[in-house]
Design a protein around this ligand. Structure first.
Ligand code: HEM
Length: 183
């Protein structure tokens, strides 16, 4: 939970700091373009899904997941610093809102996964160290399966959120490209 709040807090704080820096350097125009590397980083983070489904085969899946977390966090930071500078683009705000919900959902998944991993490790250690009774073993199995079930149920929520975000972000990008020459 502490990690959850720290990572999310650093995202908001980092975006504000970046914006303040752009203002101080009189380089607000850069913010308009920060959305591009931000969106590319988030797009690249889907490499994890490709690796998980063996569409690509290089790198270890666990490393890819860490990369996914890092790239979505950094990408969101750039998108947030970019979004804060354009108060008039409603589609953009909707996309940024969906992205933030996506980040909160991703962080929740990370928390749940970390907990299941801890429980599994504990269970493994205990079975190794002491001969557990059948009842104790059953209790461990119960909690472990529940932990995994929670992760499964979380995934059912995380995917539609990602889809909504992807659709809003695409609509915002298409609209910006269409009206680019008018600005
Ligand atoms: C823009 C924000 C984000 C988007 C669009 C996004 C998208 C996705 C997608 C599509 C998946 C499913 C992978 C698959 O099964 O193919 C996923 C899984 C996951 N994401 Fe994110 N994510 C975002 C942010 C985050 C953040 C900030 C974190 C944590 C720091 C995170 C952690 C996770 C975790 C732990 C999984 C589960 C791994 C699994 O089920 O295999 N995500 N994300």
């Amino acid at each position: 939970m502490v990690a959850f709040l720290l990572i999310f807090g650093a995202l908001g704080g980092g975006a504000l700091l970046l914006q303040a820096l752009l203002h101080a350097l009189d380089a607000v125009w850069i913010g308009r373009y920060l959305g591009i590397p931000g969106a590319l980083l988030i797009l690249a983070s889907f490499g994890y899904s490709l690796r998980k489904r063996k569409t690509i085969r290089f790198g270890r899946p666990a490393h890819w997941l860490r990369l996914h977390e890092l790239m979505t966090w950094l990408g969101s930071l750039l998108v947030l610093a970019h979004a804060g500078l354009h108060l008039n683009a409603i589609l953009g705000w909707l996309a940024a809102g969906a992205m933030l919900i996506n980040v909160v959902s991703g962080l929740t998944g990370k928390l749940l996964l970390d907990r299941s991993r801890q429980r599994l490790q504990q269970a493994r250690q205990q079975t190794r160290e002491q001969g557990l009774s059948d009842q104790q073993l059953e209790e461990h199995m119960y909690w472990d399966s529940l932990a995994f079930d929670v992760v499964k149920r979380w995934r059912v929520v995380h995917l539609p959120i990602t889809l909504a975000f992807a659709m809003l972000a695409t609509a915002h990008i298409v609209a910006e490209l269409l009206f680019w020459s008018w600005k």
